[in-house]
Ligand binder design. Structure first.
Ligand SMILES: [Cu+2]
Length: 336
């Protein structure tokens, strides 16, 4: 009885406001984190400005409507003059002003959408992106090589990316550079990427595609134009036959194991395409589409049993003798 009674006592105003204030500040914090509102290229900037215009306009409309509502609730008998005023309020506030706002927003929206279709300048190259459960294959068609889970671009210039999927529906999204776009098995879509400044921009799969959807990430790395050229050149080199006996032994172990059915290393008879191209594996930042950092220890763990780190991914465990593993690691680390 006692606590029931206490419950009915009205709380002081501050206490009643507190939960709402907490919720609101939480919203503000998510805003700071949102990469899409922290654009780093022309397309994402256009999207962010569209968002801000929509947000500010609707906030203002909301405030005006709430004030009007509060005023209307307070008034009782309006009299003849009041009725005339309310009629014109309905005409202007209910039809003309909203009409102008909606049409204005529609025109602005169309303007932005058209801007998003085409890059500001002709793209410098085309990357063919193929989504797989649960990793990304990126083929630089003009240069004849492919890489995985990383796209490299020159800062300040645009690159066209063709989007397709090898299995289920995935979606390509680099929040700081552009909007989200589906990758489907039966249709080739496209999107362009451009970053204003050199830097690393996180990309992710934005359409639930199976067990390891959350660990299907990639990086867009924007370089100074000279560094981008150097990267392109480095990736066109076919790795030579290793001279170091240890590296050579590691290569023989790699080529003699089941890895070759799923992975490609250019210049060898490993030509599988079920898994990422490993020709430049050692130059990549992460393993397993953002699952692990690319260090020797993580690479060893990944090869022995990647299922521990990314359960349900399509690479089977490969138990291996310690010496063989070490030599193979040394070989894989030579693939830069
Ligand atoms: Cu996916």
């Amino acid at each position: 009885m006692r606590h029931l009674h206490a419950h009915r006592n009205p709380k002081p105003a501050q206490q009643r406001i507190l939960p709402y204030a907490c919720l609101l500040s939480l919203l503000a914090f998510t805003g700071c984190q949102a990469r899409a509102l922290n654009p780093a290229g022309p397309a994402a900037s256009a999207i962010a400005s569209l968002w801000w215009v929509m947000f500010i306009t609707s906030t203002l409309v909301f405030i005006v409507v709430m004030v009007a509502l509060a005023l209307a609730l307070r008034r009782r008998d309006v009299g003849d003059r009041g009725r005339g005023l309310s009629r014109s309020l309905v005409t202007y506030g209910g039809a003309i002003v909203p009409g102008i706002i909606v049409v204005g927003l529609m025109i602005y929206n169309t303007y932005i959408t058209v801007q998003l279709e085409e890059p500001p300048d002709t793209p410098v190259t085309t990357v063919r992106a193929m989504a797989h459960q649960f990793w990304w294959d990126f083929e630089y068609v003009d240069y004849g090589f492919r890489t995985a889970n990383e796209i490299h671009i020159p800062a300040g210039q645009s690159v066209m990316v063709q989007l397709a999927s090898d299995d289920v529906i995935h979606a390509f999204w680099v929040p700081q550079l552009h909007g989200k776009r589906d990758m489907t098995p039966d249709h080739v879509g496209q999107i362009w990427l451009q970053a204003d400044e050199p830097g690393t921009y996180q990309g992710l799969c934005a359409e639930f595609c199976g067990m390891q959807h959350a660990k299907m990430q990639f990086l867009v790395i924007a370089h100074e134009p000279e560094d981008y050229q150097a990267w392109l050149e480095q990736h066109q080199v076919i790795p030579p036959v290793p001279e170091d006996p240890r590296v050579f032994r590691g290569q023989q172990i790699f080529l003699g194991s089941e890895c070759v059915y799923c992975h490609t290393v250019r210049g060898t008879n490993a030509t599988g395409t079920l898994g990422p191209d490993l020709t430049n594996l050692a130059s990549r930042r992460d393993l397993g589409a953002g699952t692990l950092p690319n260090t020797r220890g993580h690479l060893a763990g990944w090869i022995i049993d990647s299922q521990q780190f990314k359960p349900g991914n399509l690479m089977p465990p490969s138990p291996m003798d310690g010496q063989d593993l070490l030599d193979m690691l040394i070989y894989l680390e030579s693939l830069r």
